[in-house]
Design a protein around this ligand. Structure first.
Ligand SMILES: Nc1nc2c(c(=O)[nH]1)N[C@H]1C(S)=C(S)[C@@H](COP(=O)(O)OP(=O)(O)OC[C@H]3O[C@@H](n4cnc5c(=O)[nH]c(N)nc54)[C@H](O)[C@@H]3O)O[C@H]1N2
Ligand SMILES: Nc1nc2c(c(=O)[nH]1)N[C@H]1C(S)=C(S)[C@@H](COP(=O)(O)OP(=O)(O)OC[C@H]3O[C@@H](n4cnc5c(=O)[nH]c(N)nc54)[C@H](O)[C@@H]3O)O[C@H]1N2
Ligand code: SF4
Ligand SMILES: [Mo]
Length: 897
């Protein structure tokens, strides 16, 4: 087995692994050529994707670069050896425990750890340190679904399989932008729709890229989903659609749930009014649901990230229980998980209120896990959930925190508080692949982690399929696998006997054995069949769904027999009362929604390295409805200042009717490394939290928006990343050969030497200054044997007066600048015939919005197929197909108008 420690040269080979991004969990085949070059393709045998990959999966090879990697352990910014680093972490954590007790230390981990990493971290904290202060970014992501599942099913299990998307007649997407966030699953759904006419309903305050392929879009008022589903429950019962047989044999609580629903939603008129929808729309949706036997209700962060997330999940489960639409092909509620191993983290007990292997903190469970681990100091009660954990760090009751594979200085609500907390904490340890992250800046000790392609283990996707991630390259620098790092620290803290692991396979075996330990069918999560898997079998492990009990078969769909995991084996309907969103909206304020873009992943540490992924949304963009923009004097392509009670941000404005009136949307991706001030986490407070799950409401923050009118604009192209320090707006993105930084500011044009710290391109600067027009151009050229190469160039001018960037970026990509290009560079004018792509829509073939628009107009293209034939756009991964449809729709509307 190649375990990432040996050099990656040798004969050409192919390794099957799993995509490290979203919870679809696509299989990937990596081909490593004899010279070490890597090419990737979708795995045709993987049940999640059958060979497909989306834009992010297709661009994975772009991210396998050494740029920005943390190569060695560091203490206070100084390189140290692994021995020193591991000793220091163990000593600091042991000291804090000795002085202040086990509750004074914490781990904050991530659904991007592999199951084996996660298992070891959880075991160390809950069994050996003796506290449960390990929480995970899944708190921000899936915690409400976990609560909903446990209350409804008696277990945290997604009952269905991806095949249900293909067997359903109606798929309802609630708070899920499947087209961008689970693109391959969306493609499977659209293929089924083409083949058998599956109907699709989208429930989202925004017109997302899912809507173009849907039959109905309910642009409901943000936060009114529980009411909509309560209304549906009452409507289904009133229309005689309850499945009396299923309810009698397999479910409890229908009467109480119905009573609550009827009180909340006495009729469709009330629902329509409170959800901000037309009565006819609501009636049509209810009628469709009632009339269709096979319904899958897919939900994600529009539901989970809410102060009423858990109850909304149960409101959704209720309608499936009432109508018996569960456990059968093409039926069921379906929580699509976000991260590649969101589900695996829940299996090992990564959340502070779970123990391990789907056990909690009852005395019997603590005793059982304690005996299995032979643990001296079992945590006896739940630990601090993420928001409370960072508040405890701020208060100083938690003295040492170890952050692994997550970037809370960006992704947590009230990220400014998180930063203050980390700045004041005695010991902050950060394990990451990347050296300079917003969170890493607060670390006393930095530990270099191996990343995807370098590490071995397992992940579990949204439909409970466990797949192997396999290493196929050597680790960068001295990076080590997360499980190895935690194991070494555990040994140094005195727990060597319980942490004997030398491989991921050993850990997986123990995890599988614990899942079966005294289980007897009581716990949904059981992979006892693999409790004795040997290294070779683990290495060759094919994807399988859990449960897979010893002596049994791996089970694709749960609850077909009507037996649930509640104590009495019956599903539980829960009475839900819809509440109003907790934060009041001051006059003139807009509701700030946040979420994901198609081609970026979270805090951009990986996708931000890829020029083609960075071209789809080049800058942080605030989506604003035309009426709201007009009322505030915001222009499309201009800049805006966004202010909330928690903080401020600057972003580019996009005026679009896709945005619901009264709301704005910001992507969650930008960090201080990529832009001057647009961390959404610093705008959203941490006050609104679901009372059951502890999941913060990240989607509904009141904000005021004003135009920001710069006096000057500028851009810089450079081979190395630069972070301007002029206090205005800036945003950086990767381009071929380097980085493009867009800038704008107020007042006099500042002196470049002062506001571009660290800009040291080398070569000779050639400067051109036009005082009268207030413009400045500097190009740094380096001479070589083959001619001159562009090292960097800076263009500054009055707002809105700069040349197009594409041709200049092309000069950076080229190794040589010829005389003609040199002349245009210094003249600040593009040579005649360059095409400016505009924002890139198809990232596989680099087809931009401007080229699309002119091709549609000039060549009279009318379908996605014709666009594909003419420009190739949309013919590789297919992620841009929904957007191509929107572009066509708009072009057509313009023609009609
Ligand atoms: N491209 C890309 N894909 C990803 C990720 C990524 O970073 N980039 N991250 C992964 C992760 S970890 C996750 S958790 C998933 C998230 O996947 P999704 O949940 O699909 O993504 P989001 O953009 O967070 O939010 C989904 C939608 O919820 C809507 N929404 C907001 N408020 C409400 C409301 O009150 N009601 C309803 N019904 N809808 C509302 C938003 O408008 C948004 O369109 O994506 C995964 N996939
Ligand atoms: N406003 C707002 N905030 C949100 C959300 C939202 O919709 N709106 N969504 C929330 C959700 S659902 C989520 S899941 C979070 C995600 O937010 P985060 O988890 O903070 O985001 P990532 O960028 O994925 O952070 C992962 C980090 O781990 C590093 N890394 C990658 N692989 C490895 C590895 O193998 N080992 C180690 N040690 N490190 C590794 C990466 O370089 C990166 O720094 O954001 C949440 N925050
Ligand atoms: S849908 Fe895309 S991001 Fe998600 S696992 Fe598949 S290839 Fe990766
Ligand atoms: Mo997530």
């Amino acid at each position: 087995m190649f375990d990432g420690t040996e050099p990656a040269s040798g004969p050409e080979r192919e390794v099957r692994t799993t995509c490290p991004y979203c919870g679809v969990g696509c299989g990937v085949i990596a081909r490593v050529a004899a010279d070490g070059a890597v090419s990737l393709r979708g795995d045709g045998d993987h049940p999640a994707n059958r060979g497909r990959l989306c834009s992010k999966g297709s661009a994975l090879a772009d991210t396998l670069v050494p740029d920005g990697r943390l190569l060695h352990p560091e203490i206070d910014g100084r390189r140290i050896s692994w021995d020193e680093a591991l000793d220091a972490v163990a000593r600091r954590f042991s000291d804090a425990i000795a002085r202040h007790g086990p509750d004074s230390v914490a781990f904050y981990v991530s659904g991007q750890l592999l199951t084996e990493d996660y298992y070891v971290a959880n075991k160390l904290m809950k069994g050996f340190i003796g506290a449960a202060n390990i929480d995970t970014n899944s708190r921000l992501c899936m915690a409400s679904s976990v609560v909903g599942h446990k209350r409804g099913f008696g277990a945290d299990a997604v009952p269905g399989s991806y095949e249900d998307f293909e067997q359903a007649d109606l798929v309802v997407l609630v708070g899920s932008n499947l087209a961008w966030c689970h693109p391959v699953l969306n493609q499977r759904l659209l293929a089924a729709r083409a083949a058998r006419g599956t109907r699709i309903v989208v429930i989202d305050p925004r017109r997302t890229d899912c809507v173009g392929n849907a039959d109905r879009h309910l642009a409901l008022k943000a936060g009114s989903d529980a009411l909509l589903f309560n209304g549906l429950l009452a409507h289904l019962a009133a229309g005689g659609h309850a499945d009396a047989g299923f309810l009698a044999a397999h479910a409890d609580g229908a009467e109480a749930a119905l009573a609550a629903a009827r009180a909340d939603a006495p009729d469709i008129a009330v629902v329509a009014r409170r959800c901000g929808l037309a009565e006819a729309e609501v009636a049509a949706f209810y009628g469709e649901f009632a009339a269709t036997g096979r319904v899958v209700t897919v939900y994600s962060q529009g539901v989970n990230q809410s102060s009423q997330g858990s109850d909304t999940v149960n409101a959704i489960l209720n309608v499936h229980f009432l109508t018996g639409r569960i456990g059968r092909p093409g039926c069921g509620p379906f929580s699509v998980t976000g991260q590649p191993n969101a589900m695996g983290g829940r299996e090992v007990g990564g959340l502070a209120n779970q123990l391990a292997a789907h056990m909690g903190f009852t005395a019997a469970e603590v005793d059982r896990v304690g005996r299995f681990w032979k643990a001296p100091r079992m945590a006896a009660k739940p630990g601090l959930k993420a928001v409370d954990l960072f508040r405890a760090i701020e208060r100083g009751t938690v003295k040492a925190v170890w952050i692994m594979a997550t970037n809370p200085a960006v992704s947590m609500p009230d990220a400014s508080r998180v930063r203050r907390a980390l700045a004041g904490c005695e010991t902050v340890v950060v394990s990451d692949c990347i050296r300079d992250t917003d969170s890493g800046r607060f670390a006393h000790i930095r530990l270099p982690a191996r990343g995807w392609s370098e590490k071995d283990g397992t992940v579990t996707n949204s439909d409970r399929t466990v797949s192997r991630q396999r290493a196929f390259r050597a680790g960068e620098g001295e990076a080590r696998a997360d499980w190895w790092i935690v194991t070494q620290v555990a040994r140094r803290m005195g727990f060597a006997e319980a942490f004997p692991y030398e491989s991921a396979a050993e850990i997986f075996r123990e995890h599988a054995a614990l899942s079966a330990f005294e289980n007897g069918g009581a716990r949904a999560f059981d992979i006892g069949a693999l409790a004795a898997v040997d290294a070779a079998a683990y290495d060759g492990l094919a994807p399988f769904p859990w449960p897979w009990r010893a002596g049994g078969q791996a089970q694709q769909r749960l609850y077909g027999d009507g037996r649930f995991h509640t104590g009495h084996g019956r599903a539980q309907l829960l009475p839900v009362t819809a509440t109003e969103p907790p934060r009041s909206l001051p006059d003139g304020a807009l509701l700030l929604n946040s979420g994901r873009l198609r081609d970026q992943w979270h805090t951009m540490t990986r996708t931000g390295l890829s020029p083609r992924l960075s071209a789809h949304a080049p800058e942080p963009c605030l989506d604003v409805h035309p009426a709201d923009a007009a009322a505030r004097g915001l222009g499309d392509g201009g800049l805006a200042r966004i202010t909330t009670t928690a903080g401020e941000a600057l972003a580019r404005v996009r005026v679009t009717a896709a945005q619901g009136e009264g709301t704005v949307f910001l992507p969650m991706h930008w960090t201080d490394r990529f832009t001057g001030a647009c961390v959404v986490g610093r705008l959203v407070d941490d006050e609104a939290v679901d009372p059951h799950s502890g999941q913060p409401d990240l989607k509904r923050m009141p904000a005021t928006v004003q135009p920001y009118s710069p006096d000057w604009t500028a851009f810089l192209l450079a081979r190395h990343p630069v972070e301007p320090a002029h206090g205005g707006y800036w945003a950086r993105r990767a381009v071929t050969g380097g980085h493009l930084v867009e800038m704008a500011g107020r007042g006099a044009i500042p002196d470049p030497a002062a506001w571009l710290p660290g800009l040291d391109p080398g070569g000779t600067p050639v400067e051109f200054r036009d005082e009268a027009r207030g413009s400045l151009r500097i190009a740094w050229m380096e001479g070589g044997p083959d001619g001159e190469r562009l090292e960097a160039c800076l263009f500054v001018g009055a707002a809105g007066r700069l040349p197009p960037r594409d041709w200049l970026a092309g000069l950076l990509a080229a190794d040589r600048v010829d005389d003609g290009a040199r002349a245009s560079l210094l003249a600040g004018r593009a040579p005649g015939a360059v095409v400016d792509e505009g924002r890139i829509v198809c990232s596989c073939f680099g087809v931009g919005i401007k080229r699309l628009a002119s091709a549609i107009r000039d060549r009279r293209l009318t379908s996605v197929e014709e666009i594909g034939a003419a420009l190739k756009a949309g013919t590789n991964c297919g992620s841009c197909v929904p957007e191509l449809k929107e572009v066509l729709r708009h072009a057509h509307q313009r023609e009609v108008a």
